[in-house]
Design a protein around this ligand. Structure first.
Ligand SMILES: *[C@@H]1O[C@H](CO)[C@@H](O)[C@H](O)[C@H]1NC(C)=O
Ligand SMILES: *[C@@H]1O[C@H](CO)[C@@H](O)[C@H](O)[C@H]1NC(C)=O
Ligand SMILES: *[C@@H]1O[C@H](CO)[C@@H](O)[C@H](O)[C@H]1NC(C)=O
Ligand SMILES: *[C@@H]1O[C@H](CO)[C@@H](O)[C@H](O)[C@H]1NC(C)=O
Ligand SMILES: *[C@@H]1O[C@H](CO)[C@@H](O)[C@H](O)[C@H]1NC(C)=O
Ligand SMILES: *[C@@H]1O[C@H](CO)[C@@H](O)[C@H](O)[C@H]1NC(C)=O
Ligand SMILES: *[C@@H]1O[C@H](CO)[C@@H](O)[C@H](O)[C@H]1NC(C)=O
Ligand SMILES: *[C@@H]1O[C@H](CO)[C@@H](O)[C@H](O)[C@H]1NC(C)=O
Ligand SMILES: *[C@@H]1O[C@H](CO)[C@@H](O)[C@H](O)[C@H]1NC(C)=O
Length: 647
């Protein structure tokens, strides 16, 4: 009788036993023979009944045994915790049905009665569990209220399934319910629920199905590479020694388009949870390599996890040096303009990160002629006292840059109405431009706009202009409720160039569901608002281009959205071109933010046709996402720098 078949028969054994794999087979067969003998001799039960773990897990997300009592479930205890233990039973050739299962109990007497390596049989009630407070997550299959626990033998070994050798995750798609041209980023979201659709698992095609097909199983992640920093619980994402796509030069996995043109959600990544033995996970950086991780696949907090038996250690960290940009100002070239973009994360006059940001702008971005800055707070920072003026905050940053470079920027910004633009309460964050007066100045003739002044496009052809300079774009449009209104400025360069710039900071993704949550496609909140905001900006750009089709226009900032969510950008990308595209940045190197499994781009610069045809240079300066530790990171976003040609 082949108890363990095929895939789970790795050579690597886990720490609690020295028995060989052969002993597993022998132990299980002996145990089964003992049970048979018992039945034969006593004839107490007329029809032998048992439920296999693979039957309980089934080939869909929800167990068809949910709510039912089962008896005589047999498996080897692979790991114990204070809230239960994991059992591993026999494997069938059907890769869709997991042979691992959580037995849920907090009873110390039950937990005390089984040991790792014990082959046990027990009864209980199959349950699909998810916390009531988190209806957006998937259910976890478990055996609750365990009864009739019989230890059949001790010291059995379960060989972990080695991911990458025995099975490998698919690399592009998360879930078969993510129907639409933008895949998991398709709008509208939440068209169906994983838990109620009862799709049959397709683990070769869909990453969530792959991990679900391993639920409760003991696995090894060989040669893990960290894909982000640890979160506040000490958890972090990895991929192991298996095929991946979207790999960037640092070692992270970038959100990209797959070969079929559908966004790639990196389902080959998995999050590493808090170790069972209470050892502490290390604090990785993106691209750190670690010792092999053996643990159990489970679902919690919105994601498929591997919970390690014990913490891995870091083997290597990537090079901590961040090279400065190669885009350097050239005094003999009076046509080009260098601009930078940086979300400086809640900067107040007292912020301790001002000198570091100043050093990034001075030493790494090398003093761009014009900076698009987001998240400048008012003079009282997060203190909610009605202050909206930010001149002290801006001066503090400008003075800090001057200390590093001897160059004193000028600034342009418009105070919001108190409490109306979202962000940290009391902070009144807003976009601002810093500019070098020796390189460019605001075109004169229009007053500075107020918070609620609607900026119009005026004039014709090369004389096109804006009615407030700087001004706010469409500030009364409800699309901008509770978020930062875009800042538009019209510039004249010392070389005679003319340029319109719009600095944006769209609504953030708060309220979204996890990429591996129940709702499919995952809820991308508030995608309707971001779409309306992009439409508002596009409408303004269209007005400029209607007056002057050859106008030089740059729209840049924190869009809080991936370019792969094409439906959001449609209105703008039909007028402007992503500068990453113009500059030919390899797709995998386009990222400004690392979150969960993905290196992703939230910060973008888009340029008008006139600029596109003259070509451009662009660089992402990964000073924050390449930080050696999370605490060394200065902002959650990376800055960028580019060169455009105005004539
Ligand atoms: C328990 O399961 C085993 C293996 O499936 C079976 O042979 C045995 O008869 C079952 N025992 C009982 C008491 O149902
Ligand atoms: C879900 O699908 C599986 C396999 O197709 C089936 O056995 C099970 O009964 C279904 N469950 C529900 C709740 O429809
Ligand atoms: C426990 O064992 C008793 C007697 O062997 C049996 O009648 C009962 O059905 C079993 N219960 C479960 C949940 O396995
Ligand atoms: C299990 O293994 C341990 C250590 O190898 C040994 O001390 C113990 O006696 C074994 N238990 C049984 C029941 O074989
Ligand atoms: C997704 O839709 C379901 C109804 O199909 C609803 O119950 C649920 O609240 C929605 N999820 C979110 C996060 O909006
Ligand atoms: C900030 O603005 C106030 C009010 O206009 C002014 O009195 C103050 O001098 C300014 N401070 C700086 C540092 O610009
Ligand atoms: C700034 O100016 C001072 C005094 O002229 C000079 O000593 C220093 O080297 C300059 N620093 C930079 C970065 O240019
Ligand atoms: C914007 O806010 C106003 C007033 O608070 C409200 O009436 C309106 O419904 C909101 N619009 C949107 C699109 O949220
Ligand atoms: C720009 O440079 C060109 C070539 O060096 C020169 O002819 C022209 O006068 C310059 N324009 C301005 C406005 O400085």
């Amino acid at each position: 009788m082949a108890w363990y078949s095929g895939e789970a028969c790795g050579q690597k054994t886990v720490g609690w036993s020295s028995s060989s794999l052969q002993a597993v087979y022998q132990g299980l067969e002996t145990a089964i023979m003992q049970v048979y003998s018992f039945l034969f001799v006593t004839s107490v039960i007329s029809a032998a009944s048992s439920t296999l773990i693979t039957e309980i897990q089934g080939i869909a997300y929800q167990s068809s045994f949910a709510g039912k009592k089962v008896s005589n479930v047999t498996g080897v205890v692979t790991v114990k915790s204070t809230s239960g233990f994991y059992l591993q039973g026999n494997k069938t050739p059907d890769i869709r049905a997991s042979n691992g299962l959580l037995v849920y109990t907090t009873s110390t007497s039950i937990l005390g009665s089984v040991n790792i390596g014990d082959l046990v049989s027990l009864g209980g009630t199959v349950s699909e569990f998810r916390s009531l407070s988190n209806p957006d997550y998937l259910y976890q299959t478990e055996l609750a209220s365990p009864t009739n626990i019989t230890v059949l033998s001790h010291n059995n070994t379960v060989a972990p399934l080695v991911i990458g050798r025995d099975r490998s995750p698919p690399t592009q798609k998360l879930n078969g319910l993510d129907i639409g041209t933008d895949g998991f980023l398709t709008v509208p979201n939440n068209q169906s629920l994983t838990s109620t659709s009862n799709r049959t698992l397709e683990p070769l095609l869909y990453g969530m199905d792959f991990w679900e097909s391993l639920e409760g199983q003991l696995v090894t992640i060989p040669k893990p590479v960290a894909l982000d920093f640890q979160n506040t619980y000490g958890e972090f994402w990895v991929h192991g020694d298996w095929p991946v796509t979207g790999k960037n030069g640092r070692g992270g996995l970038s959100l990209t388009f797959g070969p079929d043109g559908v966004p790639d959600g990196n389902p080959e990544a998995v999050i590493v949870g808090t170790p069972f033995d209470k050892t502490k996970n290390p604090k990785p950086a993106v691209g750190a390599t670690l010792t092999d991780i053996t643990g159990v696949v489970t679902y919690q907090f919105g994601f498929f996890y591997v919970i390690p038996l014990t913490a891995p250690t870091i083997l290597s960290l990537p090079d901590p040096t961040i090279p400065p940009t190669n885009i350097i100002s050239d005094s003999s070239d009076n046509c080009s303009l260098i601009f930078g973009d940086y979300n400086v994360e809640n900067m107040a006059p007292t912020s301790s990160h001002i000198p570091a940001v100043a050093s990034h702008i001075g030493n790494l971005l090398r003093i761009p002629d014009l900076m698009f800055i987001q998240e400048i707070q008012d003079n009282s920072g997060p203190t909610d006292d009605g202050t909206v003026n930010a001149n002290i905050t801006l001066s503090a940053l400008i003075n800090a840059i001057a200390k590093v470079t001897n160059i004193t920027y000028s600034w342009a910004s418009i105070d919001p109405v108190d409490g109306q633009d979202g962000g940290q309460p009391g902070g009144n964050i807003r976009p601002a431009f810093l500019y070098r007066k020796d390189k460019l100045t605001l075109v004169s003739g229009s007053p500075v706009g107020g918070s609620l002044d609607v900026t119009d496009v005026v004039g014709e052809g090369y004389k096109a202009g804006i009615s407030f300079n700087p001004g706010r774009v469409d500030p009364l449009n409800p699309a901008w409720n509770s978020t930062r209104k875009p800042l538009v400025a019209h510039w004249q360069t010392s070389g005679g160039g003319d340029l319109f710039t719009i600095n944006v900071h769209l609504s953030s993704k708060g309220g979204s569901t996890t990429t591996q949550g129940d709702a499919r496609p995952p809820v991308n909140s508030p995608v309707e608002a971001r779409t309306a905001q992009v439409n508002s900006v596009a409408n303004f750009v269209q007005q400029i281009l209607n007056k002057d089709p050859n106008a030089n226009v740059v729209v840049a900032g924190d869009f809080n959205e991936y370019i792969q969510t094409r439906s959001v950008y449609k209105a703008l990308t039909s007028l402007l071109t992503d500068i990453d595209e113009v500059a030919g940045i390899p797709e995998v190197e386009r990222y400004s933010y690392v979150y969960d499994q993905n290196s992703q781009q939230l910060d973008h610069a888009l340029v008008s046709s006139a600029l596109k045809y003259r070509g451009a240079q662009f660089e992402h300066i990964h000073v924050n996402n390449w930080a050696p530790t999370l605490s060394a990171r200065i902002s959650d976003h990376d800055p960028s720098v580019g060169r455009i040609y105005l004539c």
